[in-house]
Design a protein around this ligand. Structure first.
Ligand SMILES: *Cc1c(COP(=O)(O)O)cnc(C)c1O
Length: 474
């Protein structure tokens, strides 16, 4: 016991601690008894920001505050000491916490935890890549000696940046073996990659850009039977279509940069975890509340914090997530059907197309949230998101001719936008990983990735049609 503790907690500090505990108890009650009973859209619009918060703390502002401040001032030394020891809810310093990122975190924790009977929490990050780093690092710690073998098991069909982070930063630079699962629909392959040195199981679904998919529930059960956490990159689905934690995943990573911030205003990320997750790492704090633990300890030391301005801009976009995903999914379906019939298109990959090999599996998991409460539908409805890819007949050169001919659709290394955006993964997002890496991830050179936005689908189809008409005309 330290000297301070043997002297007991000073009365004034105890008052701060008591007030903090009352606040947390009241917040817990509010979440359990009110917020958890709301529909998805209500949570997306309000999150945890209340009229009372606004009136008492933020001069009645109906929009969450953008606190462009580095640090919080304290009344006295006792409050400061309690805050910095994490004995009271506080934001202290914006690398650790901030009122704006607080509301962002709670909205995401509640949306990813929608329909989940347990509790979830969230740690905001500066980007999707830092969300992945934040989620993975704690499980890679040394347990015995520095040279002990460690490995992770992950889907080979994943975002190019993830492939790079795992292959170069973990495997080549730190000697942590990455065991790629090539056919994620084959449970035996997952099982054969796991051994006593495995630290975590990682999967992206639907994957960007190939739309890989796997049986989430079965992979979660497999991971748990080995006392391993399942981490899922759910960027493409968003919580409006899939909430992996409800199907057994322990941690979700989001590149909130994408569909969650469909306006395209900046880069941000999030890690959302269930409380009491599964891991073979002996750390009770980490198990109990993973997000809070990485936020207060690991990320305090690494510093991948989210900017408060970004947090509120993203919150603003997330309020209309469900209806946007519905609209964009329906438009994507229409565009996919058009491309499928076009003579200059070799193949179309979209999970919504009935003859896609993963259509049935994806249909078990991808549902428009709350469709049963929607006047228009009144029953559960499958939606498949707004990411699709296709291959132009005749190879890479034709794909480029088509791509260069696009007029309305933007050519950009981007996705999830309210504006339709297209890219050629082999020369952009998946350029770093080289030919061998691309073939592992199944990215042919003539593949075009298209993310259909909020425009009228007929105008998108017209643009695709005129660009395709330029192919083979030279
Ligand atoms: C873009 C993306 C990332 C990386 O996110 P950033 O916000 O760009 O750092 C990770 N995973 C997927 C699936 C992505 O599409």
């Amino acid at each position: 016991m330290g000297k301070d503790e043997s002297m007991g907690i000073p009365p004034r500090m105890q008052d701060y601690i008591d007030a903090g505990e009352r606040y947390l108890a009241e917040r817990g009650r509010y979440i359990r008894e009110e917020v958890k009973k709301w529909k998805f859209d209500t949570i997306a619009v309000h999150g945890l920001y209340t009229v009372r918060d606004a009136i008492e703390d933020y001069q009645g502002s109906i929009i969450e505050p953008i606190f462009m401040s580095t640090a919080q001032a304290y009344r006295d030394s006792d409050e400061m000491a309690a805050a910095l020891a994490y004995k009271i809810p506080t934001w202290a310093y914006s690398r650790i916490a901030n009122p704006s990122t607080y509301y962002y975190e709670w909205t995401l924790a509640l949306l990813e935890g929608y329909g989940f009977e347990g509790e979830t929490s969230c740690c905001s990050t500066s980007s999707g890549m830092s969300a992945i780093m934040t989620a993975v690092q704690p499980f890679l710690r040394v347990r015995g000696h520095v040279h002990e073998p460690r490995n992770i098991v992950a889907t080979a069909q994943c975002y190019g940046g993830t492939f790079q982070q795992f292959t170069v930063r973990l495997m080549q630079e730190r000697g942590i073996e990455v065991r790629w699962v090539l056919d994620a629909t084959n449970l035996d392959e997952w099982a054969s990659r796991i051994d006593a040195n495995t630290r975590l199981v990682y999967g992206e679904l639907p994957s960007n850009p190939q739309l890989g998919f796997f049986d989430l529930r079965a992979v979660a059960d497999l991971a748990h039977s080995h006392e391993l956490p399942l981490i899922v990159d759910s960027t493409v689905a968003t919580p409006a279509l899939l909430r992996p934690i409800c199907h057994g995943a322990d941690i979700v990573v989001q590149s909130a940069t994408k569909t969650l911030t469909s306006s395209g205003f900046g880069v941000c990320g999030a890690v959302i975890a269930r409380k009491n997750l599964v891991t073979n790492i002996d750390d009770d704090q980490l198990k109990a509340d993973f997000s809070l633990c990485v936020k207060y300890l690991q990320n305090r030391d690494f510093g991948p914090n989210l900017h408060p301005m970004q947090a509120v801009m993203t919150l603003n976009d997330m309020r209309t997530l469900r209806s946007k995903i519905d609209l964009m999914s329906r438009s994507t379906m229409k565009v996919a059907r058009f491309l499928e019939r076009h003579p200059k298109i070799e193949s179309v990959q979209y999970l919504g197309l009935p003859d896609h090999p993963l259509h049935d599996l994806a249909s078990r998991y991808l549902w428009l949230v709350d469709a049963e409460y929607d006047e228009q539908y009144g029953k559960p409805v499958n939606r498949y998101g707004h990411l699709m890819s296709f291959c132009v007949r005749g190879g890479a050169e034709n794909a480029r001719t088509f791509f260069d001919g696009l007029q309305r659709i933007w050519r950009a290394t981007d996705l999830g936008r309210i504006k339709s955006v297209a890219t050629i993964p082999a020369i952009s997002t998946h350029q770093q990983q080289g030919e061998a890496g691309r073939s592992l991830a199944n990215i042919p050179p003539h593949m075009v990735r298209l993310c259909v936005g909020g425009e009228h689908p007929d105008d998108i189809i017209a643009d695709l049609d005129q660009a395709l008409s330029k192919v083979g005309k030279k």
